[in-house]
Design a protein around this ligand. Structure first.
Ligand SMILES: NC(=O)c1ccc[n+]([C@@H]2O[C@H](COP(=O)([O-])OP(=O)(O)OC[C@H]3O[C@@H](n4cnc5c(N)ncnc54)[C@H](O)[C@@H]3O)[C@@H](O)[C@H]2O)c1
Ligand SMILES: O=P(O)(O)OC[C@H](O)CO
Length: 343
């Protein structure tokens, strides 16, 4: 299968390398010609994925039409805020008979519309492409995938054949792909865990310990599942790779940009300073704003997300945010379940 990878950041590059190694004919598109020149010169994406060689057969271009010209699968690897403008441009070159798979790999929610990214993509494409959209998510840092470190992810699509086509495309000895029909849950798990990763980073930056991190991750997963279920996700999905799996990797890995940004904020840096230092996209920041509004609109309780919002956008002291979480009113651990039973 011929593949166009759209974007040339860390994740797009790691996936383009993986697909090339899988024997696919891959063209990777970057919006800046200068980045293409750099990658052509060094056969390495030094800015976003240093230390990983670009296979000689991987083609590179800043010409979007050329990238899509003979592709059958399109893999979108741009940040969430760029998904709509990118798919709008891509749409102009898509042909229903030729382009059989549209894979989104970004993790986020659209500001303003509150849409999941597969919904954003669907809204910009003719109906004939609806069943070709797949979401690839799960615990997968580019730095490790680029080095062929064993990784397992999940491909979610409304149609089973579509998810299986993505599974066939990406599957390799070091990259195991499961399928899942729950697009809503897989997308929300991938997007919302970034907020919790910022929080565990803040906790680490404040000098708190593993107990605090475990509490944030566990209660974070509870509020992810609460919002997800209210939006139609299957609760069990949050126990899978796109849920707890991605939460674990992002909250504990040194590769995580969200966690690293959180550490800097916990150490006293302003949000803008932290983002400038990380340089790469920190999706949890925008997602926090969107998720907080969604939760408020739906009447869903997300106390950790609320405190993250206060710290990121309202100038709250992170230490006081943790104190407010610790001193909330008493509650059951499984309140949604327990309150509906005799106990
Ligand atoms: N890095 C990972 O390990 C990883 C793993 C899984 C998923 N993701 C997701 O993939 C998405 C991309 O993340 P990343 O890590 O590759 O980011 P990155 O910061 O490494 O790279 C972002 C790339 O997008 C480009 N870009 C920025 N604005 C753009 C625009 N308006 N149009 C087109 N291109 C634009 C940048 O020039 C850069 O090349 C995110 O949603 C992230 O959550 C990342
Ligand atoms: O580096 P992060 O925090 O953006 O996380 C990247 C991926 O989502 C991990 O699966």
């Amino acid at each position: 299968m011929r593949v166009a990878v759209i974007g040339a950041g860390s994740w797009a590059t790691a996936l383009a390398v993986l697909l090339s190694r899988n024997g696919k004919e891959v063209t990777m598109w970057a919006r800046r010609q200068q980045q293409i020149e750099e990658m052509l010169e060094y056969r390495e994406n030094r800015s976003y994925l240093p230390g990983v060689s670009l296979p000689p057969q991987l083609r590179l271009t800043a010409d979007l039409e050329l990238a899509l010209a003979d592709a059958e699968a399109v893999v979108l690897g741009v940040p969430s805020h760029a998904v709509r403008e990118t798919i709008k441009r891509v749409a102009g070159f898509l042909k229903p008979q030729q382009h059989r798979l549209i894979v989104n790999t970004a993790k986020g929610l659209e500001e303003g519309s509150f849409l999941r990214l597969s919904q954003v993509i669907a809204s910009e494409l003719p109906d004939v492409f609806r069943d070709k959209i797949v979401v690839l998510s799960g615990p997968s840092h580019a730095e490790e995938v680029g080095r062929e470190i064993p990784t397992a992810v999940v491909a979610a699509a409304a149609k089973r054949e579509t998810a299986e086509a993505a599974q066939d495309l990406f599957m390799s000895p070091a990259f195991r792909v499961y399928t899942n029909p729950d697009v809503v849950g897989v997308e929300l798990g991938g997007a919302l865990k970034n907020i919790i990763a910022l929080c565990t980073g803040i906790s680490d930056g404040l000098g708190f310990g593993d107990n605090t991190k475990a509490a944030l991750m566990t209660r974070g997963l509870a509020e992810i599942a609460r919002l997800g279920s209210s939006l139609g996700a299957q609760p069990l999905t949050f126990a899978g790779l796109a849920g707890v799996g991605d939460l674990i990797v992002t909250c504990t890995s040194l590769h995580s940009r969200n966690r690293r940004a959180g550490i800097l904020i916990g150490q006293g840096k302003k949000l803008e300073e932290a983002l400038a230092e990380i340089k790469m996209v920190v999706e949890g920041v925008r997602t926090c704003k969107v998720a907080r509004s969604l939760a408020q609109n739906l009447g869903v309780s997300m106390p950790i997300t609320e405190q993250a919002y206060q710290v990121l956008f309202a100038g709250a002291d992170p230490r006081e945010g943790v104190a407010r979480l610790m001193q909330r009113g008493k509650t059951h651990e499984m309140e949604e379940v327990v309150l509906n039973q005799h106990w």
